[in-house]
Design a protein around this ligand. Sequence first.
Ligand code: COA
Length: 262
Amino acid sequence: MPRFPGTPFRDDLFEGQVALVTGGATGMGRSIAHAFAAHGADVHILSRNEEHLADAAASIEKETGRKVAWHRCDVREPDQVEAAFAKLPRLDHLVNSAAGNFVVPFETMSRNAWSTVVNIVLNGTFNATRAAFPLLSRQGGTVTNMVATYAWGAAPYVSHSGAAKAGVLNLTRSLAVEWAQFGIRLNAVAPGPVKSEGATKNLFADPALQQKIEDSVPLRRFGTPEEMALAVLYLASPAASYVTGDCLTIDGGQWLSNGLFS
Ligand code: COA
C-alpha cells in the first residue's frame, strides 16, 4: 500500500484505535480520515451527504486496505449525532472538522446565514464532543478541533465563521483543563489558506484572489490537506502526550507576515 504523502509516522501508529472525523467525507476532513486509516486506525466518518460518504469510504479503503465506516449525520442535529456515536465500539480520537463558510459582508448577512454557520461550527463541535465523552473517558483519548488563523485575529467578510471558530478555540482550552482528569487531551489546528474543494469554491474561487493570498504567505503557496492531516496525527499521537489546550498553526507564516516591512 502507498504510504500517506509526507508521513514521518510508522504505519501502525494507531493500530487497535478508533478515530471519528466529522466532515470526513470531503476536503480536509477526508484527508484526516485517510491519514488515520493509513496509520492503522479504524475510521468512522460523518457527513450530511451519503454520496460523498460512500465515495470517500471506498477511495480510502482502496488506498489503505482498511474498512472505513460512514454515518449520515448533520452535526447540527444532536439526535443524529448521538445516534452515530451510539454505533461506535470504542473511540480514541475525535476530530471536529465539519464546517460551513461563505463570504458575506456583515451588514447584508441574514440572521439565518449567521446561525447556519455558528450552528455547524460551534454547536456542531459541542454536539460531537459531548457525544464522544462517554466513549473517550473509558480509556482516554484526544479531541482535535479544526479552527482557522482568523479565530484569534479578525475575520472580515467571514465574521460568522470567525466568531464560531473563536468559540471553538476557547472551548478547546476550557475542556483541556476540565477533561485532563479523564486522560483526554484537546488541541486545535489552525490551517492557513488550503485549497480544499469547499474552500476553493466558497472562499477563493477567483484566481486573482488566489494569487493575492499566495503573495501574503511567506512560504509563497497554499497549504495542502495532507499537511493539515499530518498535524492532526501528531496531536493525536503519543509524541504529543504532554500537549493539551494548544493550537498548532499551519499557515506558511501568513498570520505573522503583515509587519511594517513585509
Ligand atoms: N452569501 C450570503 N448568504 C448565504 C450564502 C452566501 N454565499 N450562502 C448561504 N447563505 C445564507 C442563505 O441565504 C440562508 O439564509 P436565508 O434563509 O436568510 O436566505 C442561510 O445562509 C442558510 O443557507 P442554506 O443554503 O439554507 O444552508 P445549508 O444548511 O443548506 O448549507 C452552507 C450550509 C450555507 C454553509 C453551505 O455552504 C454548506 O453546506 N457548506 C458545507 C461546506 C463548507 O462550507 N465547507 C467550508 C469550506 S471553507
